[in-house]
Design a protein around this ligand. Sequence first.
Ligand code: FAD
Length: 392
Amino acid sequence: MTDTFHARPATGAPGTIRQPKIAVIGGSLTGPVVALLLLQAGFDDVAVYEATPATANLTGGLIGLEHAALDVLDRLGIGQDEFVAHDSETIWQIPVRHRRPAARVRRVYPGRNTTWTLLHTALARRLPAGLLHTAHRVTGLNAPTGQPALHFTNGHTATCDLVVFADGRSSAGRRLLDPDRVLRYAGYIAHRGHAHLRAPGLRDFLRLEPGPGCQYNVAPVPGGLDWTFYLNASPAEYTDRFGAPPTRRVFALPQHVSPAARAHVDTRAQQLLPAEHAATVHATATRMAVPVMDIDPPTRMVWPLGRGHAVLLGDALAPVRPHTARGANNGIEQAAGLVAALTQHRKYRADLDAALHGWQRRHLPDAVAAVHQGPAIGARLGLGTTTGDTTR
Ligand SMILES: Cc1cc2nc3c(=O)[nH]c(=O)nc-3n(C[C@H](O)[C@H](O)[C@H](O)COP(=O)(O)OP(=O)(O)OC[C@H]3O[C@@H](n4cnc5c(N)ncnc54)[C@H](O)[C@@H]3O)c2cc1C
């Protein structure tokens, strides 16, 4: 057995293993959940490093969380009234023909909808002062003295016993640990918008399917409506409309949305969607876009590193297509499993390697399943291509 935690002695009960020093990379959703669970479990040498000066609303918008993830948040003391603005469980699936809605089918979602902003705010306000280090972008990782060492673009270096990479779809951790798994553009775009419109009758999530090559989702969020409009586009079209190739600009922020991109989305909405939804799109001032990406399924989540370890989780492990509605769910469930494994090690002297590999064995199949599910849903909707544009 290797005990890789060689940090400060534990101050807790006799028999517990010394406190490891844990660095969490990424301050969006998965990272703060890991950090808060670690603190709750009694790990007190935790730091979160976030690349941006202030965590930015990159992924934005509506996020459906299933019961397992909701329960993790509940156990952190984050009540749903704080991050669920509309407590509907209903998804209306609506075929659309010639811009007219056909008979709709009601589905019951085993969870609730939140938004990135509500959830991130609820998590961030619970992080103790001094835990989050913004403007710290990881670029390198090694273990020259046996202890993992992180290197940041600002010149800072931090040593630790465990590195938890929760740094999202363009993860530096994945590039360093699992470099052969590169993002491939899937051939379509999730155009997104927040319309400052009142829709008093709308409580539920609407999923409109106008036919091959298009899907439109809309739901109420605080202050208006959140919509996502999926449309096919070649890599060249993405580049023309958003200023850089999809594999480089993995989030197109409002400043990247060109007038041509805006006009294209308005035109397609006018051609494909019922008038009220086309009007919502048209009235939306601030827009974003997310190129849908694929990646080879992960084969591991844990890497030994000197006397320590590094792990990947959340979108850093496997950014899955948005239709699966599994990205944030996977990250939160993996975070809870990781902290359970580390707790068994620290509190009851479970073998650390075995605990981490047990965690991997439990969570890898779900991540792999979600990676496979995305292209299957895309194919059913006529979205995307099988060829891909790759990057490193
Ligand atoms: C349209 C759309 C709809 C979605 N719907 C759902 C849904 O219904 N249900 C669901 O579960 N998921 C959904 N998702 C996916 C969900 O948004 C993501 O899975 C989730 O945001 C991932 O969280 P994360 O914290 O792992 O990564 P991210 O949110 O990507 O955060 C990564 C963080 O790491 C930081 N970072 C990046 N690189 C570095 C570095 N080198 N050093 C330090 N910090 C770094 C970033 O700045 C960022 O703050 C959807 C996504 C989209 C686009």
